[in-house]
Design a protein around this ligand. Structure first.
Ligand code: PAF
Length: 291
């Protein structure tokens, strides 16, 4: 496995590759990330993984400085999973005008995102998806610039809204890249794997799976014919709040448009974001109604 830090070294390493499959990450890798790499390995292509904690997608009061950085352990896991090359750029490599003393990217060009980027997680984390889309586009440029014929990128479904926005970006900006989604990897108790789970205290870790189980109850209610979505969302929010969660949102949406679900939608997703103490967890369940 090769490790490269600069765009130039990446360019040289990929020059002759005709099929590339790319897994972007922010490191602190867990079994969910390794599942993405394993999926990449099935694509008969050169497997590129990036590790880059992207300052542009963190808000001023978020966890950029304490975000776990575990490069040595990450590289060992990627070697074990069979990645071909790992790109670990510096902030300056991705943001040429980056100011390390203030963590300011000075990124003044940005992608105009659809309004859905300001809902759900985007409502609580203003600018987050603009930061994600910007870095993903930059990484796509750097990884796929060599004109490989097969260009695939893999993202996890846990970040459902992120996946939705990246798919829309690829479609609307005519990027010749296939986006593949990987199922959410869960702990035995149902908790979606996330780098942020490491922040949970033992007591919070015991409570954390309730987000997923509660979304499951919501799915059951809708499948049983309850289409009073607003009431279901409010009741679920109240239920979690009474148990000590700080709920950012619980929402039933069309999985096709990510707009609030209507009676005529049959492909749905329930999404939730809620905090245990200061740790913010997200999860979702996609499902279909029989017509
Ligand atoms: O999902 C993530 O880890 C990040 O948002 C991504 C896609 C690597 C962009 O920084």
């Amino acid at each position: 496995m090769q490790i490269v830090k600069t765009s130039e070294a990446l360019s040289q390493a990929l020059a002759k590759q005709t099929a590339i499959v790319f897994v972007p990450t922010m490191g602190n890798l867990h079994a969910g990330h390794i599942q993405l790499v394993e999926l990449a390995k099935t694509k008969n292509a050169y497997v590129v993984v990036s590790i880059f904690v992207n300052p542009l997608q963190f808000g001023a009061n978020e966890d950029l400085s304490k975000y776990p950085r575990t490069l040595e352990a990450d590289l060992a896991k990627l070697e074990g999973a069979g990645a071909d090359i790992v790109f670990t750029p510096s902030e300056q490599e991705i943001y040429p005008d980056f100011d390390a003393s203030t963590n300011n990217t000075h990124q003044s060009f940005s992608i105009n995102l659809p309004s859905i980027a300001n809902e759900l997680c985007g409502a609580v984390r203003p600018g987050h998806f603009s930061g994600v889309a910007t870095v993903v586009l930059k990484l796509f440029n750097l990884v796929f610039f060599n004109g490989a014929q097969t260009k695939i990128a893999i993202f996890g479904k846990k970040d459902f809204q992120q996946l939705f926005i990246i798919r829309a970006m690829v479609k609307q900006l005519n990027l010749p890249i296939e986006i593949i989604a990987s199922e959410t990897k869960r702990e035995d108790d149902g908790l979606a794997m996330s780098s942020r789970n490491g922040y949970l205290t033992p007591a919070q870790k015991l409570e954390a799976p309730r987000l997923y189980s509660t979304l499951g109850l919501l799915v059951d209610a809708v499948k049983q014919g309850n289409t009073d979505f607003a009431t279901l969302e409010a009741q679920t929010t109240q239920f979690l709040t009474q148990l000590g969660w700080i709920v950012d949102y619980i929402s039933i949406r069309s999985s096709q448009t990510l707009l609030p679900a209507t009676q005529s939608d049959s492909k749905l997703v329930v999404l939730g974001a809620a905090r245990q103490g200061t740790t913010r967890l997200i999860d979702n369940i996609e499902f279909s109604l029989k017509s």
